[in-house]
Design a protein around this ligand. Sequence first.
Ligand code: G
Ligand code: MN
Length: 396
Amino acid sequence: MQLSAETSGDTEREIRVLLVDDDDAVRLALSRVLRRLKMSVTTASSGNAALELIGAERFDVVLSDVMMPGMSGIELLREIRGRDLELPVILMTGTPLLQTAMEAVEHGAYKYLTKPIPATVLTENVQRAAQLGQLAVVKRQAMELLGSTLAQAGDRAGLESTFERALASLRMAYQPLVRSADRSLFGYEALMRSSEPALPHPGAVLDAAERLDRMQVLGRRVRSLAPGPMSTVPETVSLFVNLHASDLLDPTLLDATTPLARIASQVVLEITERATLDDMNGVRKAVAQLREMGFRIAIDDLGAGYAGLTSFASLEPEIVKLDMSLVRDVDSTVTKQKLIRSVSTLCHDLGMLVVAEGIETREERDCVIELGCDLLQGYLLARPGWAFPDYVFGPE
Ligand code: G
Ligand code: MN
């Protein structure tokens, strides 16, 4: 990797400052001071305006007021840390409060300055913050170059708060599974969604949880949220809940008093083939106990895994979900057709139901039905939605 010119310690380059204050006079006065030192200054009169600018341009330092209508400087700092762990932020306030100062430190503010700020103090701090920010970028690049997978302490703090916000904003979306035989509803799969912008899709939330060793917390949250709307549907409707392999070893999964366990006979626990099941003995034991509690087991993403058919065989699932890569363009791919046909024949002999997921076209749908898939799931029938969404079978 080449270190870019921007971060190679070129101290001659002008420093780009984003100045955030709702007070016009303060913006004017401070930008004058900074421009005198040949810094480039962009101004914003609110936290939201600042975030928009940060999304569009690169800055070396953010200098922000704390007390502003709408988003406060502390909130702005938190938002920035969710997206960028290295951009230095200096906070300014007219009324220093211990509480705010502590929050500023906690969220990684570079400095907390009290107004009125003497010109020399301001410029010194901005200059120093910009240099340290550049150093942080170079350090990260060097670590990447050396292939270090250990996150820095600072990285971890940032990721931690990002993950906490993702966890707090977690909601479940539901996608229907439909019987191909009579087009009736079989159940819904619960899919986690977070509104944390730095972790925009479920895979990113899972990655963060894994890096922070917080899989257990995430799994528990998913399982507590998933049953939500089940009281509104008949008991014949099933709920599919995704488990991570490590969830299988969490004792709370076997607690019969949880909301999920109370409706165990309606629940299908999906275990993905993507993960290697390390402690196979522990897993087998847990699965046996879960069955006794009334849960059914599905193998998820079959065909995508590294585990081959080993995990599949030993878990003896009631339901098998084909990975959507097998479903994609199946109507024009003979090898996929052969594979799906043999999997369904094998599964039917073993008394298992086969799900085709990720169906996006009418041709894929008709083809998987022809190949023996019992249950259908995918955007063609319904996209995941907040309450239990309706589905249409799709065009004839
Ligand atoms: O790993 P798992 O199979 O649980 O993941 C399902 C994911 O696939 C969900 O995030 C869901 O939103 C998405 N999904 C559901 N139906 C479709 C589809 O028809 N096409 C695509 N591309 N994705 C889908
Ligand atoms: Mn799934």
